[in-house]
Design a protein around this ligand. Structure first.
Ligand code: KG4
Ligand code: ZN
Length: 338
């Protein structure tokens, strides 16, 4: 079965071709970062307009890269939510209409299920049941993944998502958009012993997170220390350490609470090397098997949507002709595939 996937939930236009028997055949990701950078964040209307411009040429290109014709595609998977409504509508309308024109089924995929399954694109994929820490620009979720589609939320952020906190703190430090990777780069030259940020919500039971306080802490340090380059690097370093430590503490706690010894870490922020290291330390101490997607599958991509869509189409799931875009869609609303 050959699947074409389309991902347009935020500021990447991504397409992929996935073959069930073989894996990923081709993928392309077009980032709109340059378009949004002068505004310091994603401008939803500009995102939608750019998805419209880029989608079909990218689809034509990815098919050519995989040496395939339109008629070779058996099904289309697309991100129906959660995300920016206008951006989602572009991908959903295009995907559903192409499937109708080509007389093949299509399936609506939950963006976070895509992230959760991304490590399955790698050799040695995780088997269910496993825990999943999903850390992206819009979500921070700790999930008990019992089977495909059967997801129970154990914890989530009560305010900013991890990626959002990285991006806001980066903006404060005068770094460009998206700030996460740049803050992480700056942190490399920081002195880890100069500042210590709090580890929010680790001193009480529970698996929820809070990251907006770290951003405020960074503002206060910035005002106190001034904006010399070394101080900025020290703030970046202390911020990143606090995030990494907090995530590791909560994941360790989730492992103890559930007894599940497999942990998937995915979403854009899982590309962060320091966070990977801290989770690796925890996993070694608690004999946990840890799974990350490859770096190209951490941030938004269509390969993960193709994989999730392929499983769903193979289980007989298809959608109706009414085009669906669900900007707010809870992961726990999905149900187990039979
Ligand atoms: O999963 P993703 O591509 O999009 C959403 O679904 O939100 O995640 C994007 C987020 C952004 O906040 C970005 O700054 C962050 O992931 N990110 C990072 C790193 N790479 C991407 N944050 C920290 N360190 C990184 N290396
Ligand atoms: Zn994402």
């Amino acid at each position: 079965m050959i699947i074409l996937a389309i991902e347009t939930s935020c500021d990447e236009t991504a397409v992929a071709i996935y073959k069930h028997e073989k894996g990923l055949l081709a993928q392309l990701v077009y980032s709109q970062a340059d378009l949004h950078s002068e505004y310091g964040g994603v401008v939803p209307e500009l995102a939608s307009r750019d998805h419209i411009r880029k989608s079909l040429p990218l689809i034509q290109q990815v098919l050519a890269n995989a040496n395939l014709q339109n008629s070779d595609v058996h099904g289309i998977a697309y991100t129906a939510g959660p995300g920016l409504i206008g951006a989602l509508m572009v991908g959903s309308a295009l995907a559903r209409s192409l499937a109708w024109a080509w007389n093949i089924p299509s399936v609506a995929v939950h963006h976070m299920e895509g992230h959760l399954l991304a490590p399955m694109l790698e050799a040695n994929p995780p088997a269910f049941p496993f825990l999943a820490l999903l850390i992206s620009g819009g979500h921070t979720l700790l999930v008990d993944a019992r089977a495909l589609g059967d997801y129970q939320i154990l914890g989530e952020s009560v305010d900013d998502a991890v990626g959002e906190a990285f991006d806001k703190t980066a903006k404060l430090l005068g770094l460009g958009y998206p700030g996460g990777p740049q803050l992480s780069k700056l942190a490399e030259s920081g002195d880890p012993d100069r500042l210590r940020f709090p580890r929010p919500m680790t001193d009480r039971p529970g698996l929820d997170f809070s990251f907006s306080g770290l951003k405020t802490y960074a503002v206060n340090c910035f005002q106190k220390l001034g904006d010399d380059q070394q101080s900025k690097a020290d703030i970046a370093c202390a911020f990143q350490e606090a995030v990494a430590d907090t995530l590791a503490i909560k994941c360790g706690r989730a492992v103890r609470q559930t007894g599940v010894k497999r942990l998937v870490v995915a979403g854009g922020v899982s590309a962060n090397v320091r966070i990977r290291q801290r989770l690796d330390d925890m996993a070694n101490k608690q004999s946990v098997q840890l799974y990350f997607p490859g770096f190209e599958f951490c941030t938004d991509n269509a390969a993960m949507i193709a994989l999730a869509g392929c499983y769903r189409l193979m289980a007989g799931e298809t959608d109706s002709l009414a085009i669906k875009a669900r900007p707010r869609w809870q992961l726990a609303e999905l149900s187990a595939l039979v």
